[in-house]
Ligand binder design. Structure first.
Ligand code: ATP
Length: 240
C-alpha cells in the first residue's frame, strides 16, 4: 500500500532521507522512531506528495503522489501532531463535514457511533471542539479516518502531549484501524506505545532507516537499547 524504493530527499546540503526502502501493507503498523531531524516527517511528507524525492520512487496504492497527489491523498488519512478542526463546530459536525467533503454519506447515528468507537466520551460529540482536550481532537481525527475507511493512515507524532491514558486509548484506536485493514505509518518518540501498536518498528538516524524490527522479536527494553546504540553516533541529518 505504501512503498518507498531507493528514495533520497535533499534540502540543500542536508540529506533529509537517504536511500530509503520501506513498505507498509494493509493490516500493518510501521512506527518510525528517531531523534529530531532524523527524517521521519520528510518521509511522511513524501507519501502525501507535499514534497517529491530527488531519487527513487514513492507510491501509495500504486499511485505516485508527486505525479498525482489528489489521487494518492484519496487513499490516505493524514493525522498531524495537531489535527485541524473547526473550533466553532462540534466534534460530530466536524466529522460529518469532513466525511461529506470526501463523498461520505452516513446517518447522524452512524457518525455518533464512529466517535464513540474512538473513545470520545458520550455527549462530548455535541460540544464545541474549541473546548476539547488534545486527546479528544485526535479522536475526532481518527474518526474522520475511520469514516472514510482510508486505505492508508499517515500519522506524524500524533500522541505527543497526550497524557498516558489518552495515549493508551489512542493506541487502541490505531490497533482497531490496523485490524480493519488499514496500512499505517506513524512517527513517534514513544517506544512503549510503539511496541504496543506496531507490527514493525523502524529506527531512523541521519535520514537512514538504520533498523527495521519485527515487534514479535523484541521487548520495549531491547528496542530502547537498539535505539540508543544508533543515537550514540550523534543526531541530526547528514551534511554530505
Ligand atoms: P522531528 O522529530 O524534529 O520532527 P524528523 O525526524 O521528522 O524530526 P525531518 O523534519 O524530516 O526530521 O527533517 C530531516 C532533516 O531535513 C532536518 O535536518 C531538517 O532540518 C531538514 N529539513 C526538513 N524539511 C526541510 C525543508 N523544508 N527545508 C530545509 N530543510 C528541511
Amino acid at each position: 500500500m505504501l512503498l518507498a524504493a531507493d528514495v533520497t530527499k535533499r534540502y540543500g546540503p542536508t540529506t533529509a532521507v537517504d536511500n530509503l526502502n520501506l513498505h507498509v501493507d494493509r493490516g500493518e503498523v510501521l512506527c518510525l522512531l528517531g531523534a529530531n531531524g532524523a527524517g521521519k516527517t520528510t518521509t511522511v511528507r513524501l507519501f502525501l506528495g507535499f514534497t517529491s524525492p530527488d531519487e527513487g520512487e514513492v507510491s501509495v496504492d500504486g499511485i505516485d503522489p508527486a505525479e498525482d497527489p489528489v489521487a494518492a491523498r484519496a487513499a490516505i488519512a493524514y493525522i498531524p501532531e495537531n489535527v485541524m478542526l473547526y473550533e466553532e463546530l462540534t466534534g460530530l459536525e466536524n466529522l460529518e463535514l469532513f466525511d461529506r467533503m470526501s463523498g461520505g454519506r452516513r446517518s447522524e447515528a452512524e457518525y455518533v457511533d464512529i466517535l464513540a468507537a474512538q473513545g470520545l466520551p458520550a455527549g462530548a460529540e455535541r460540544k464545541r471542539v474549541g473546548g476539547y482536550s488534545k486527546g479528544m481532537r485526535q479522536k475526532v481525527g481518527l474518526g474522520i479516518a475511520a469514516a472514510r475507511q482510508a486505505k492508508a493512515l499517515l500519522l506524524d507524532e500524533p500522541m505527543s502531549g497526550l497524557d498516558p491514558s489518552a495515549a493508551n486509548e489512542f493506541a487502541q484506536a490505531i490497533v482497531a484501524e490496523r485490524d480493519r485493514g488499514a496500512a499505517i505509518l506513524l512517527t513517534t518518540h514513544d517506544i512503549f506505545r510503539a511496541k504496543a501498536m506496531a507490527t514493525r518498528i523502524g529506527i531512523m538516524h541521519s535520514g537512514v532507516l538504520a533498523e527495521l524490527l519485527d515487534v514479535r522479536d523484541v521487548d520495549a527494553n531491547e528496542i530502547e537499547r537498539i535505539y540508543l546504540s544508533h543515537m550514540q553516533a550523534g543526531g541530526g541529518a547528514s551534511d554530505r
